[in-house]
Design a protein around this ligand. Structure first.
Ligand code: ATP
Length: 453
């Protein structure tokens, strides 16, 4: 039958495999449900595009030359390892009901769109990560319960329960449209990203929500930082920028020089103090447990995780400063800013951004506090700040470039703050009219009334 195109010989008792002259145009063959045990070389069947071989094979072989094979079903065999498929143009592959324990040998099947690996003993999903066209996968009835061994660390650490399974797989295989025979919905895709790699705004919104709810569960109190009018919120100054960019030193310096206006807001952290740092001056150094207790008691305005430690600005830290009649000056990373922006405080945000990457790296190295990985992380976050500044107009009230020498940056910062405080104008006025009362001493008032609001 030289013109045979489709052959269905399924559900018979055939034990020998392809024992006939290869018809030149044979495209689809179904030999499933027979008694075959060994695959054989099919290099002469060059037109084959669809092959069903549900039998008793324990190994895949002989398909290497089938350069048109797009659909292959090896359902219900005894295959314990995937091999011999490299480079085939397969789009559909079914290995349901075999003895697979891991996913291997698929990395070069770049055209794969639909894969059925159900009813095996697969424990890990690694082996699927580079299949960018994969839209449908069936993993039902496997051991993929504990998704360790994954290729994304965020999922590795978070995903330990069956509940997370579906979202974790959807997150890892972002092109999926069908998982375990169920359509992947847009909501699931969003939830999976929000769970395993949430955008900064989502993290900030969650952080704010937690602190707001815990705070609302506490008895209500009138705070010193609550000014009587909504138009004049309590004044705060936030210096932000990547780790070690100098914002901490500049905040301290600013609070020293402008001590009639600002005091340093002391955050809490769970990290150990560095050499020379003092509890209650640089940070309140607390245990993980105490930090969590403070969250539960609604003590924080915002918190963030950074480098494996937690940081948080407490209401009391702000209150301590407000009680003195001063504005609170704090420094924090971008995530902290995003969370604080959700609160009712309306600080001025000043971004300090290192302009010389090399210099910034050397500075971090010279501090002797960070591992190379931490330095890389800090440097990679430069772009995050730069991008936020580029894409979110007005997100930062001022941007001050800083190089190795912070004196120049401080002078710019100082000038910016003097403008906020309307000190120049007040001095000018004082010069012009020496007899008028000096209004520069009420720093809080001036700070609020500047052109920002
Ligand atoms: N409450 C907070 N929310 C968000 N970020 C914070 C908070 N408190 C501190 N940070 C920031 O966390 C980062 C790590 O702080 P840490 O003091 O451990 O690092 P550092 O190496 O001394 O860096 P830096 O000199 O910038 O403070 C810093 O960028 C710091 O500004």
């Amino acid at each position: 039958m030289p013109y045979l195109i489709i052959l269905d010989a399924s559900h018979n008792e055939i034990s020998s495999f392809f024992g006939f002259q290869p018809p030149k145009n044979l495209k689809e063959v179904n030999f499933s449900h027979n008694h075959m045990t060994n695959m054989k070389d099919l290099s002469a069947y060059t037109s084959l595009s669809k092959l069903d071989l549900d039998n008793s094979f324990s190994e895949i072989s002989g398909l290497e030359q089938c350069c048109k094979l797009t659909n292959l079903s090896l359902e219900h065999n005894k295959i314990s390892g995937i091999s011999g498929l490299d480079g085939l143009p397969l789009t559909h592959l079914c290995l349901r009901g075999n003895q697979l324990v891991k996913i291997e040998g698929l990395e070069n099947l770049k055209s794969l769109q639909v894969v059925d690996l159900s009813l095996n003993s697969i424990k890990s999903l690694s082996g699927l990560q580079n299949l960018h066209l994969l839209g449908s996968i069936n993993l039902e009835k496997n051991l993929v319960l504990i998704l360790d061994n994954l290729w994304k660390e965020s999922v590795n650490s978070l995903n330990r329960s069956q509940d997370n399974y579906r979202l974790a797989v959807i997150f890892l295989l972002q092109h999926l449209t069908v998982l375990d025979q169920e359509k992947v919905t847009a909501e699931e895709k969003v939830s999976s990203v929000n769970k395993f790699d949430p955008p900064l705004d989502v993290v900030a919104a969650r952080d704010h929500m937690i602190h707001l709810v815990y705070h609302m569960m506490q008895p209500q109190v009138l705070f010193d930082s609550t000014l009587p009018c909504a138009d004049s919120p309590y004044p705060m100054l936030v210096l932000t920028g990547p780790q070690g960019c100098g914002k901490r030193e500049l905040s301290h310096k600013l609070c020293q020089e402008f001590d009639e206006y600002f005091a340093y807001g002391i955050c809490h952290t769970t990290r150990e103090p560095y050499f020379g740092e003092e509890n209650g001056i640089d940070y309140h150094f607390v245990s993980e447990e105490d930090f969590q207790d403070m969250i539960n008691m609604g003590k924080f305005i915002q918190t963030m995780q950074f480098g494996g430690h937690r940081y948080g600005l407490s209401r009391d830290a702000i209150e301590d400063v407000a009680r003195e009649g001063l504005a609170c000056c704090v420094h924090m990373e971008l995530e902290g800013v995003l969370s604080l922006k959700n609160s009712y405080f309306e600080p001025r945000y000043i971004l300090l951004i290192p302009t010389q990457v090399e210099q910034y790296m050397n500075h971090l190295k010279s501090r002797g506090l960070y591992t190379p990985a931490q330095i890389d992380m800090a440097v990679s976050r430069l772009e995050l700040y730069a991008k936020t500044n580029r894409t979110r107009l007005g997100f930062f009230d001022n941007v001050i470039p800083c190089a190795d020498d912070w004196e120049e940056a401080y002078q710019t910062l100082r000038q910016v703050v003097r403008e906020y405080l309307l000190l120049e104008e007040a001095e000018e006025e004082g010069k012009n009219n020496r007899s008028s009362p000096d209004n520069t001493s009420t720093g809080v008032y001036l700070f609020v009334c500047s052109d920002h609001h």
